[in-house]
Design a protein around this ligand. Structure first.
Ligand code: ZN
Ligand code: ZN
Length: 408
């Protein structure tokens, strides 16, 4: 516990020297006094198992000071250069993109089916709504499998400590510092400065070696990694159900053995699109239906995203049927493309399920009850909200099934 002036005296003349003193005004708090550039710099020093004065956390104060000296040195000597670092990025021409050039033909074009304009008419008998576009909607299952996947995806940057010298793949400059020199995308492995990460376009192409699982993986990340339009779980389960389960009584309501559903999950996580979900592997179609529901429920971001959740709930509360449908349509167009495509495909399938109501006893209303909470979850888990919103969740799904031909 020494005064600031005495610390200054002790450190004077020894560049890089430092000491830690306890604050006289606030006992229990500590200050790091560091000599740099012929002056003493004072930082409030924190400890929570690791030492820090800013964002970076260090095992020892010595490491912290080493990193601070490197950073101070670079920022003093090269401030002007650092400011200009990002003005002429190599990103578009070299490095990352050239490595992945063949994988990313339509890097920045959006993959979403061009949304069709829907005109809502007053007469709600025969043509409740008409599609003004001349495009004839194709049945989702008949869609030619588009292997090309061109959704935009943001990088998943996390602070990273590099061993040995590394250069930024955006600006090509050195990444200085002792630890946490930059950030790395956990999905594709792109390494950049923190300041450069804000400038990198949303063109992450996840690497299959980094995406280990299928279930519980972000939907857009999964389809980008596997280069598909929709998650293969959704396509494969729906195709299997349409093949042998459409007349199964209580389809999607009756649950299969949870251990077998767990087996299906493991098979997808292990084998991806090669997972065997045929009748010889799982005779009971309710297992496949259960696996599909589990997949949708376990998404880190639900198909109807947290961001848009309340928009959909509000839409369902509109009393006028036409305005309600219009509001749902508006909200659908804001979904991320991969989520939109998945929902479109699922709703077309559920519509077909209702055509077999005589056999499977499932109509749009009870499918709404089943899929409402599966596709929609409130951003904050709160028992009361969940209870209050159940009616609207059901209604949103029910309406999407009944009007899927015009909504999507
Ligand atoms: Zn990435
Ligand atoms: Zn950079």
């Amino acid at each position: 516990m020494i005064p600031r002036e005495y610390a200054d005296e002790l450190l004077a003349g020894a560049e890089g020297a430092y000491l830690i003193r306890e604050s006289q005004r606030q006992p229990g708090t500590h200050t790091l006094a560091l000599r740099f550039g012929h002056q003493t710099l004072n930082y409030r020093l924190f400890y929570d198992g690791k030492h820090f004065v800013g964002e970076k956390r260090f095992e020892s104060v010595h490491d912290l000071v080493t990193d601070a000296l490197i950073t101070l040195y670079i920022e003093t000597k090269a401030a002007e250069y650092i400011a200009k670092m990002t003005t002429n990025p190599i990103y578009e021409h070299l490095g990352y993109t050239s490595l992945l050039k063949d994988k990313m033909v339509h890097r920045l074009s959006r993959g979403r089916t061009e949304p069709r304009r829907v005109t809502f008419q007053k007469d709600d008998r025969v043509s409740f709504m008409t599609i003004s576009s001349p495009l004839v909607r194709r049945s989702a299952l008949k869609d030619t499998p588009e292997k090309q996947c061109s959704y935009e995806k943001i990088h998943n940057f996390k602070v990273h400590t590099f061993r040995g010298p590394h250069w930024c793949e955006y600006c090509a400059n050195f990444m200085w510092g002792l630890i946490a020199q930059g950030v790395r995308c956990s999905d594709c492995g792109l390494n950049v400065h923190k300041q450069c990460s804000k400038l990198v376009p949303s063109d992450c192409q996840p690497d299959l070696r980094r995406i280990k699982k299928v279930f519980s993986c972000d939907l857009t990340t999964l389809v980008k990694a596997h280069n598909t339009t929709r998650p293969m779980v959704v396509d494969m389960c729906i195709q299997e159900i349409e093949l042998r389960g459409m007349k199964s009584e209580g389809l999607y309501r009756v649950s299969g053995f949870s251990e077998h559903i767990e087996d299906v999950r493991l098979a997808f996580d292990r084998d991806g699109e090669k997972a065997d979900i045929s009748a010889s592997a799982y005779a009971d179609i309710n297992i496949i239906a259960g696996a599909l529901k589990l997949y949708l429920r376990d998404l880190p971001i639900p198909v109807i995203t947290f961001d848009l959740y309340s928009k959909f709930i509000q839409a369902a509360k509109i009393p006028n049927a036409e305005s309600r449908l219009e509001a749902i349509h508006e909200s659908l167009l804001q979904l991320p493309p991969a989520h939109y495509e998945t929902l479109r495909y699922l709703m077309a399938h559920l519509k077909r399920v209702t055509l077999f109501e005589k056999d499977n006893l499932m109509n749009s209303e009870n499918l709404g009850i089943v899929f409402g909470p599966t596709l929609m979850q409130p951003p904050e888990l709160n028992a009361l909200t969940t209870l209050n919103d159940m009616r609207q969740q059901k209604l949103v799904v029910q309406l999407m099934i009944e009007h899927e031909d015009v909504l999507f």
